[in-house]
Design a protein around this ligand. Structure first.
Ligand SMILES: Nc1ncnc2c1ncn2[C@@H]1O[C@H](COP(=O)(O)OP(=O)(O)O)[C@@H](O)[C@H]1O
Ligand SMILES: [Mg+2]
Length: 240
């Protein structure tokens, strides 16, 4: 396994600026943000409401492009990609986890996890979709729940299905926006320990959270305020 300091950053942000123009009025959502995230890092992004967290996540997730500056995923600058290539990058390289799980309601856990593979162009991956989805569900501890639909699962189980779905394409990076925002504290611990284990196995995870307890599971804190990175430091012993 590569050490976190070796090789190409999974995410490289250079002087990222995002300005929204509302008529004559400019909203400076990001005012020049730079950082690198290396493979296997577990990063928490914190900051007050309106500070630019979602704008930053949308750029890391290749959902939006900067006004100026550069954002590269695995060394590929997203500003150089057309919308098809951005969609391909999102599907093949990134896994998304949301606060509200975003599972299909009438669809089994197995089929929910398989869904990203049905868009994948790799025929070998298609053929192996069932096996791959089942393996990811086992990995998140849901071997016995593959045939259940979301309403038959607890919140924590639903989020584990969503994490299995995010992992099924072997992404370079998991992006999680408030992944425990809809969970009770016991289930939050379970989900954060799962992310922690995944990063210890080499996965890279970036999450946005309002809660210091949740951020404390990560290994590095990026704090944004008024569109600027005001803190970038390791998290030691869970202390925020
Ligand atoms: N599409 C948009 N158009 C105009 N302003 C926006 C848009 N998206 C975000 N903003 C503004 O950019 C700033 C940062 O927003 P956001 O990134 O959503 O912050 P956070 O996620 O930290 O709450 C806020 O002032 C917000 O109102
Ligand atoms: Mg937000």
């Amino acid at each position: 396994m590569t050490t976190p300091s070796a090789g190409t950053p999974v995410v490289s942000a250079r002087d990222l600026v995002k300005t929204y123009q509302l008529g004559d009025f400019a909203v400076h959502a990001l005012r020049g943000v730079s950082f690198d995230i290396m493979p296997g890092e577990f990063v928490a992004i914190m900051g007050p409401s309106g500070s630019g967290k979602s704008t930053l996540m949308n750029m890391i997730g290749a959902l939006d492009t900067p006004t100026s500056g550069d954002l590269a995923i695995n060394g590929v600058s997203i500003g150089t990609l057309d919308s098809d290539s951005l969609a391909e990058l999102r599907n093949r390289t990134l896994g998304f986890v949301f606060q509200q799980f975003n599972l299909l309601a009438r669809t089994t856990a197995l089929d929910n996890v398989k869904l990203p593979l049905t868009y994948c162009r790799d025929p070998q991956k298609q053929a192996q979709a069932n096996d791959r989805a089942a393996a990811r569900l086992r990995e998140v501890g849901l071997a016995e729940r593959m045939d259940h639909v979301p309403s038959q699962l607890s919140g924590g189980q639903q989020q584990r299905v969503a994490i299995a779905r995010a992992l099924v394409n072997d992404p370079s990076l998991i992006l999680a926006d408030e992944p425990t925002g809809a969970l009770d504290s016991e289930t939050t611990v379970e989900i954060m320990n799962l992310f922690r284990r995944l990063t210890e196995q080499g996965m890279t995870v970036v999450l946005v959270t309002h809660e210091a307890d949740v951020a404390g599971y990560a290994r590095r804190l990026l704090r944004v305020r008024d569109g600027r990175l005001v803190e970038d430091r390791p998290i030691i012993g869970g202390a925020i």
